[in-house]
Design a protein around this ligand. Structure first.
Ligand SMILES: [Zn+2]
Length: 262
């Protein structure tokens, strides 16, 4: 059955109406990106990864992603363009809606079929963000969809993706699984091995900070692959938000390499 865009739009609106209420805690945290960055830097990602997702679960996710994107974790995906998103959404039989949403705290959400009258699950991405952040949101929500398909970790209901919630993602199997997809998509293995090299990898995967040389290598990779850099056109606040995301996905990527050799 073909569903009209108005049915999808009305679900999007009704979910977005709940974002401010359901995400009150996250929206409050979003105003203090410095706190998030400090906590993320000190978290042991290797330990969180092993606690939340075993090797088999991560491997299943990688296999599913490779069916969709044959070069997953081997080459950079994308560029994160409209065509890239819609091809993936078609292949996965998902509704995809991209629209500007006023609060940049929200990256997007995923709603499985049980929550709505729609015949297919729905991904919403906030297109007010930089292309790389939109791609991040899309891959994260696709990660939730993989979990729904595979059945592990369980991923039912509405899943909001708030920019400030990375610390919570480390305590939630479903959110961490979705972030694994982002991290592997963003840093394919050859790039990850080059950036997170030698003994430093273990430290970063653990409680270590990213030093200047590593941050420079990450920025060079993001610039070359996705045309992203911290822009003077953005507020210092928004740049700090993006920095929190960068630290989160980089530490997770180092942990995936260190713990599971992915
Ligand atoms: Zn999520």
């Amino acid at each position: 059955m073909k569903e009209g865009s108005s049915a999808v739009d009305s679900v999007v609106h009704s979910v977005l109406r709940k974002a401010g209420v359901l995400g009150a805690k996250e929206l409050e945290a979003w105003k203090r990106p410095g706190d998030d960055i400090r906590r993320l830097s000190q978290r042991d990602y290797g330990a969180s990864l092993r606690r939340r997702l075993d090797y088999r679960q991560v491997k299943n996710l990688v296999e599913r992603a490779t069916e969709l994107w044959p070069h997953f974790n081997q080459k950079v995906l994308g560029p994160p363009s409209k065509g890239f998103f819609s091809r993936a959404a078609d292949a996965l039989q998902l509704h995809l809606k991209a629209a500007r949403y006023t609060s940049l705290a929200l990256y997007g959400f995923y709603v499985d079929r049980s929550e709505t009258a729609l015949t297919k699950p729905l991904i919403f991405v906030n297109s007010a963000h930089h292309t790389l952040a939109i791609g991040t949101a899309f891959c994260h929500e696709v990660g939730h969809h993989f979990c729904t398909e595979i059945g592990r970790p369980r991923s039912a209901g509405v899943r909001f993706y708030f920019d400030s919630a990375y610390n919570e993602h480390l305590q939630d199997n479903g959110e961490l699984a979705a972030d694994v997809i982002v991290s592997l998509a963003g840093y394919p293995k050859p790039a990850a091995k080059r950036i997170f090299a030698g003994r430093q990898r273990r430290a970063i995967a653990g409680k270590g900070n990213l030093d200047h040389a590593i941050i420079d290598a990450i920025r060079a990779h993001l610039e070359a692959s996705y045309r992203f850099d911290f822009s003077v056109a953005l507020s210092a606040f928004q740049n700090l938000q993006y920095l929190a995301g960068m630290i989160h996905y980089a530490k997770l990527r180092a942990a995936l390499l260190e713990e599971y050799e992915l």
